[in-house]
Write a protein that binds this ligand. Structure first.
Ligand SMILES: Cc1cc2nc3c(=O)[nH]c(=O)nc-3n(C[C@H](O)[C@H](O)[C@H](O)COP(=O)(O)OP(=O)(O)OC[C@H]3O[C@@H](n4cnc5c(N)ncnc54)[C@H](O)[C@@H]3O)c2cc1C
Length: 472
């Protein structure tokens, strides 16, 4: 593999290409030291925590909001993701199973509106997040993946809505820039962003609204009592309400642990090659995924770099998320192999950056929001399952309404109060997840090589969580 891997960040932590691009955009907020008080404390300075802080301040400027972040704001998944801004249209089958087709369509429309909201919010606040609405191409790259979208399109047909266009196979191959793409459907509402610019822009807006942010401040425990006592490494806060917006790290919270399985997602980025992409016909505004359970997702950056990612190589144990979730050269090599398989004409292009991040998968790949253990003063929004850039806008609205004790369409949203169970406890979950992941890997590798997978691998692979898309 041709590589010139990026150096670690000055703080010693390996950063995504996106965060490296904007390194030094603002100095770190100070860590929390000593005892403090607030109306609302939010744990987590990613999209969900920051959207929540912003929506609280917009509705009640007098509310004293503290955000506690163990890293820098955006140091988690929000500054490392693929920048796909997707709706929940591909989750229509799961949504319909939970709430019926009519409500499912309403929720999916909500998620489409969230994409518009990111566009208008970033424009209004001068956040240069490189928002480009080029739509999402959901493709099949093996025989086994053909028609993966059938059940989602069936619900659309049943409801008389047309959000997916079936493209002819030659058009799919042409616009994706490679004949490996055999078929696909196109959904026009999706966009792409430079994800770190978005989260750091939210940080700036939140600070401007008077949110008190403490970075490099890890929450080590919190009480369940009211007011809630939050203990950090060097300080403490007493607050009326607590919001948990900790993404995969929430798997370490006992009340949420059985609702989440932590897996890695790994990304590589190439040198800028805009001319080469034009030659092969890859539309640079498209977001593209295949239909594997260990999904491949890829797009082009503003500078004409290819960003290629893959989900699912590593499994976390509970909420323990160590350095192998920041970067893993071995996994980067495997992602590179997939990139080369999909784009053989780009084999000679140098890979300049690679990194990883944790994904908070739920059983149905829809988020979990609600009151922790039924306590109205502690609310959570986790389980974005690899589709959090767009949906975190909805998460922020819901969590703000819950934290402010409002009775409105957001606090009453159907996604609030879903069971936070679904996975077995550790160590069974860890062992089971390895078995299933191994089967998925064997099955998808066999399919990619044009071989029939074993029946055992097929059977075990069916136990994997639904994923980004509800398939077949
Ligand atoms: C590699 C990768 C690619 C992805 N690609 C896409 C994509 O293309 N499109 C998409 O929609 N989604 C994607 N996702 C998912 C998306 O990034 C997330 O769903 C989204 O960022 C969730 O936002 P969040 O605020 O919940 O999480 P985060 O941004 O992770 O924020 C949670 C924060 O909580 C902090 N925290 C945790 N525990 C503590 C503690 N004890 N004390 C203090 N702070 C704490 C963490 O440091 C972190 O910054 C991807 C994720 C990864 C990892």
């Amino acid at each position: 593999m041709a590589s010139e891997f990026a150096p670690a960040s000055p703080s010693g932590r390996h950063r995504s290409f996106w965060l490296q691009q904007i390194a030094g955009d603002a100095s770190d907020a100070p860590p929390l030291r000593g005892a403090s008080r607030a109306d609302v404390v939010i744990v987590g300075g990613g999209y969900v925590g920051l959207w929540t802080a912003i929506r609280i301040k917009e509705q009640d400027p007098s509310c004293d909001v503290i955000v506690l972040e163990q890293d820098i704001a955006g140091g988690g998944a929000s500054g490392r993701n693929g920048g796909f801004v997707l709706s929940w249209w591909p989750k229509l089958v799961s949504l319909a199973r939970l709430y019926g087709p009519r409500e499912a369509v309403a929720i999916a429309r909500n998620s489409e509106a969230a994409i518009d909201e990111i566009r208008s919010f970033t424009e209004r606040h001068g956040i240069d997040a490189d928002f480009r609405r080029g739509g999402w191409l959901w493709t099949a790259t093996t025989d086994a993946q053909l028609d993966a979208w059938k059940s989602v399109l069936d619900v659309c047909d049943q409801m008389g809505i047309q959000v997916f266009d079936r493209w002819a196979s030659d058009e799919v191959a042409r616009r994706a820039g490679s004949s490996v793409h055999r078929a696909g459907v196109f959904e026009a509402s999706a966009a792409i962003v430079q994800p770190a610019r978005l989260v750091r822009g939210l940080r700036r807006v939140a600070l401007g609204l008077g949110v008190r942010l403490f970075e490099n401040t890890r929450v080590v425990r919190f009480s369940r009592s009211r007011p809630v006592q939050v203990k950090t490494a060097e300080g403490s806060v007493v607050a009326d309400r607590l919001v948990l917006a900790m993404n995969a790290w929430a798997a370490g919270v006992p009340e949420l642990s059985r609702g989440l399985a932590v897996i890695s997602s790994d990304i590589i980025v190439t040198a800028p090659i805009a001319d080469r992409l034009e030659e092969i016909g890859w539309n640079p505004n498209l977001s593209i995924t295949d239909s594997q359970t260990m999904v491949d997702y890829y797009r082009v950056s503003r500078e004409g770099r290819v960003m290629f990612g893959k989900g699912g190589w590593t499994i976390g144990y509970g909420g323990r998320i160590g350095p192998r979730f920041d970067r893993h050269p071995g996994r980067a090599a495997l992602v590179t192999a997939d990139f080369h398989r999909y784009y053989p004409k780009l084999r000679d292009v140098p890979i300049t950056h690679d990194w990883s991040g944790p994904i908070d998968r739920t059983v149905d790949s829809l988020p979990l929001l609600g009151y922790l253990g039924g306590r109205e003063h502690i609310v959570y929004g986790v389980g974005w399952s690899g589709n959090g850039v767009g949906p975190s806008v909805i998460g922020g609205r819901i969590l703000a309404s819950l934290a402010l004790g409002l009775v409105d369409e957001w606090s009453q949203h159907p996604l609030v109060g879903r069971p936070t169970t679904g996975f077995p406890s550790e160590p069974i979950r860890f062992i089971g997840a390895h078995l299933v992941r191994g089967a998925v890997m064997r099955k998808e590798m066999a399919e990619a090589a044009g071989r029939a997978p074993s029946r055992l691998a097929v059977a075990l692979a069916k136990l994997a969580p639904a994923g980004l898309e509800d398939k077949k």
